[in-house]
Design a protein around this ligand. Sequence first.
Ligand SMILES: NC(=O)c1ccc[n+]([C@@H]2O[C@H](COP(=O)([O-])OP(=O)(O)OC[C@H]3O[C@@H](n4cnc5c(N)ncnc54)[C@H](O)[C@@H]3O)[C@@H](O)[C@H]2O)c1
Length: 436
Amino acid sequence: MASRRTFLKNSGSLLAGAALTPMVYSRMNAGVSQNDKLTVALIGCKGMGMYDLTDHLKQPGIECGALCDVDNNVLQERAKSVQELTGKTPKLFKDYRQVIDDRDIDIVIIGTPDHWHCLPAVDACEAGKDVYVEKPLANSIGECQVMLKAARKHNRIVQVGQQQRSGQHWQDVIALVQSGKLGDIRKVKTWGYFEYGKGNPRVPDSPVPDGVDYNTWLGPAPKHPFNKNRFHGTWRHYWDHGGGLLTDWGVHLLDIPLWAMKVKFPKAVMASGGIYSYSDNAIETPDTLNVLYDFGTFTLDWDHAGGLSRGIYGRNYGVAFIGNNGTLIVNREGWEVIAESENNVEKTQVIPLQPADDASHEKHVQNFLESVKSRKRPICEIEDGHNVAILAHMGNIAYRTGTRLIYDETKGKFQDDQANKLLKPAYRSPWKFPSV
Ligand SMILES: NC(=O)c1ccc[n+]([C@@H]2O[C@H](COP(=O)([O-])OP(=O)(O)OC[C@H]3O[C@@H](n4cnc5c(N)ncnc54)[C@H](O)[C@@H]3O)[C@@H](O)[C@H]2O)c1
């Protein structure tokens, strides 16, 4: 494995700053032995999935065997992109089950909307494929649980797309928090003030665009007429497909305190918010939300405001660890420490803004591919994605039920019956909730 790691590192320098072209791709792959080759398929090709696939293709020994999308326009466009990057044309599928049945495929990347993560992931695990699945792990607590079970039962490598875990500056932050230099940490704040969180202006339902299989796009979710807002990109604001800013950005940011503080589930969860500013927009998830998680020795808050872009500590999104000696603030742009002081003496070292690691996504892909080879668990293992996705869904369920929730980790459910009704969706026929 050491040789592959070195190879990955070297190829990184081969590609550093250079765009992937068929010539670069074939040079990079020229010396790769058959043993080191892996064939990847992408399910859900429009947005983040294509970004994930591109970073896979920048690693030696990776071939794109298939693309799958229910929108033929996206499928054809991405087939062209893969051809332009590698000089090779993958197989094209409209039904993800063809990817699962394809014995040439070793790895499946899942870049579908959140309501379409669970079935392909479970089926891929059952078929003996390894999986890179986008975050949040799934659109419900029950789906997260069954996906974790499937990965364990079939002994698969699953990396979740929370790429912060592979970024050096995030790792530095974790080390500093765990060093104790900030003193006892009693509070952690996480927040996301994002313009897009307000949704789009409503538009009338319309005919399904040519080339789109909208019934399959909806898949296990309830049937709805086609609406541009309940489709590419903006599905995030509808409960049947996503969980708004809390599951979209929250999982990236809430993951950091779970990792740093070495905790899993809170003792209790409360939430307040609503659609306070954009009730005329196409949005079901709250534009304004505060969630408070009680971990017994510290509190963790999530705070979001869709339609705004000024957050706290001068950043529109981030994580702040508030210790008795100082506060550490971090986001994808870097990190810093503000010190508390007593009698004019600073209680910890003031650290000015430290640079960010911009390569975290590619490193995350490399870490996954190393795990596929070594069979050691990757840095954002399925259980990490499972824990933080459940945490985020708890916040949304506390908001939707208006209840202070207590989650029983061993039973995998809440003490509250109303909340338990939101644990998992009823799958629309012919799709069946997986049993593992
Ligand atoms: N890691 C990150 O930083 C990051 C960033 C953005 C998005 N994401 C995640 O990536 C996922 C995709 O988000 P997006 O913004 O790219 O969405 P998108 O709507 O732009 O793209 C989703 C694609 O999946 C396709 N699709 C839907 N159902 C399908 C099915 N059954 N089979 C095959 N294809 C299907 C759609 O046609 C579309 O092309 C989400 O889970 C999102 O949370 C992660």
